[in-house]
Design a protein. Structure first.
Length: 295
């Protein structure tokens, strides 16, 4: 793996917390923390300089797409009002216009809904000491095709997204000066059961003997190695459809070390999740946390 500046590590760690939701981020043992740092490097490169990859070698970023954002294709039973500490605001057009996640404030602009612009969607993320803007190009179905994420210090990350025939996120590619990274998901019966990552790492997801149907379209994307900005955009309907079922367990392995997470869901009479309890375990540490949903 490419060597990186250790002075930037705290920023990398913060950008890829264990869970979203605005709660205090607990240290889940040094093994898992080490895994997250490496995974973050593979997906969201942390650097003090702008992207300088050779344009001739870059994938085509695409032109502004013709897709229309429609969260109803992801959330058939409505967008949740609250996911953990994340509070969502929906405008009169039924689109997520803003959300807060603890000290993080996010706004969504939809220039493609009214006029031609440099992006179909513009996401502004503000948190203490880390400001960034994401310029989103949509595919024909209204899901993210290309991201250009620009930080206030000039750092630029670029992302390319691919989906399967069920319009679920299949692959993420990133290109920066630090190098390239990919995450590719393995599906079975509409559920993510594993992923292949570059730099190296593996995760296995299982759904229990009696899977719980994912009626709410809920996905806690940090379960699947994805950072907070993508979590925010998912709940705006910008990253494709959810898994068919709610995960029951995750097993991760990196550098000879492993960890697991067990997920317990509480479901209301409409079949929507109201609470997620996550139990984290590695060889020398364990912890349990709760996340609540409001519909």
């Amino acid at each position: 793996m490419t060597e990186f500046d250790n002075s930037l590590a705290p920023r990398c760690i913060y950008k890829c917390p264990f869970e979203t939701g605005g709660r205090q981020k607990h240290v889940k043992g040094m093994k898992f923390l080490k895994f997250l740092v490496v995974l973050t490097i593979g997906i969201t490169c942390c650097m003090n300089f702008t992207s300088c990859s050779n344009e001739e070698d870059e994938p085509d970023s695409g032109v502004v797409g013709n897709g229309t954002v429609n969260p109803a294709t992801v959330f058939a039973n409505g967008i949740p009002q609250k996911v953990g500490g994340m509070n969502l605001t929906v405008n009169s057009d039924g689109l997520v216009s803003a959300l807060t996640d603890g000290s993080v404030k996010v706004t969504f602009e939809y220039p493609c809904m009214s006029r031609a612009d440099e992006a179909d969607v513009i996401i502004n993320v503000s948190e203490p000491e880390l400001e960034r803007t994401v310029y989103v190009t949509l595919n024909d179905l209204g899901y993210s095709k290309y991201w250009k994420r620009v930080y206030d210090d000039g750092v630029v990350d670029e992302y390319w997204f691919e989906y399967n025939s069920d319009n679920q996120l299949k692959k993420i590619k990133v290109q920066t000066c630090e190098g390239n990274g990919t995450v590719e998901y393995i599906y079975e019966k509409g559920n993510i059961i594993g992923m292949n990552m570059t730099p190296a790492g593996t995760m296995k997801i299982s759904y229990g003997s009696t899977p719980i149907k994912n009626n709410g379209g809920v996905m806690i994307l940090t379960m699947f190695g994805i950072d907070d900005d993508m979590q925010y955009s998912y709940y705006a309907g910008l990253l494709g459809k959810s898994t068919v079922s709610l995960p029951a367990k995750k097993e991760g392995y990196f550098d000879g070390e492993s960890f697991s997470e067990d997920y317990t869901w509480s479901i209301n009479d409409k079949g929507l999740p109201t609470k997620l309890t996550t139990k984290y375990t590695d060889s020398d540490y364990s912890d349990t946390e709760d996340m609540y949903f409001v519909w």
